[in-house]
Design a protein around this ligand. Sequence first.
Ligand code: PLP
Length: 376
Amino acid sequence: MFSDGEFGICRNIRRESKRYINLNPIQRGGIIPKETIPILNEWLDGYSICDFCEGRLEDIKSPPIEKFVHDILPKFLDIDIVRLTNGAREAKFAVMHALCKSNDRILIDQNAHYSTFISAERLNLEIHEVPNSGYPEFKINPEDYAEKIEEVNPRLVLLTYPDGNYGNLPDARRVGKICSEYGIPLILNCAYSVGRMPISARKLNADFIIGSGHKSMASSGPIGILGIKGEWEDEILRKSKRYKNKEIEFLGCGPRGLPTVSLMASFPYVAKRVERWDKEVEKARYFIKKIEEIDGIRQLGEKPKNHDLIFIESSRFYEISKRHKKGRFFLYHELKKRGIIGIKPGLTKNFKMSTYQLKKNELNMVIDAFSEIANL
Ligand SMILES: *Cc1c(COP(=O)(O)O)cnc(C)c1O
């Protein structure tokens, strides 16, 4: 039925890119530490964690998922309840779905991730945005939330912390305070922060905290975590009438098998790296200082930088692309020649990158590569 050629296609999936320094911001926080690998190898089979399940994934005692989900993760997020989902987007959708009905209004920041817009669209919500400050910093002013809440009267509020474009960290605590004053629940989308930096739902006044395992918690994923403040328990954890222990918003079961194991096995590594977050911010600032010494390269988004996700505006690379024989793909090729990938092929003028967890020598290689390429 299938030719050898077709089978060949399926088997020809070696990952050559593993040899390179990867600057892709979505990938830097999802790199699996060495100590996790042998554990993962034991759990590769489908439904591997379900041997001792009595009907609820988060109550499985062997492996000790129960302790992980009910004790360790709530302590990590400083929140009452945690559930696992198939990703940050599924967590957002679950909360929106539980709390809103069609045509309800939701208030989100203009810097929100596309999956926030799509989750709201899937539910037919009316989306209202708190605008950013525009070029060059694109900041979200927390006080604008008060004004917009008055104007829109939303059912639910969301803030992206940080956003996935500029890596801006708005004053989430202040937004949380405002939302609690109006009695409107706040989702903090922490896909780029939980697992990288210390996050306390309680300190930030968040009703819901969302993280992404494959984005920021050194997991293979796909997996998301949803922190829930106790007062929302009944609404979010609504149970099926027919299957008494199955929670409806999670379709009865969280991520089954490898994604959950990878999140657990990497957790000690993640919890420790979070403690060194200030070093990562220092590194990002050092990188920006160095590359801004090049004429025609600057960082957009808030200054000084408080996160490793960096948005770059580069009129210099753009000018070069106009006369280079590879055109707008020149930057990708020149970086690759120097052992670096992760900047989207074809981009030269505006692009995103991350310095997260780069070693000193890798960081310097990237800085040198930028300077050399700028002088082509
Ligand atoms: C990456 C990202 C997401 C999506 O995360 P998934 O876990 O893949 O669903 C959502 N929001 C933000 C801000 C992100 O950066």
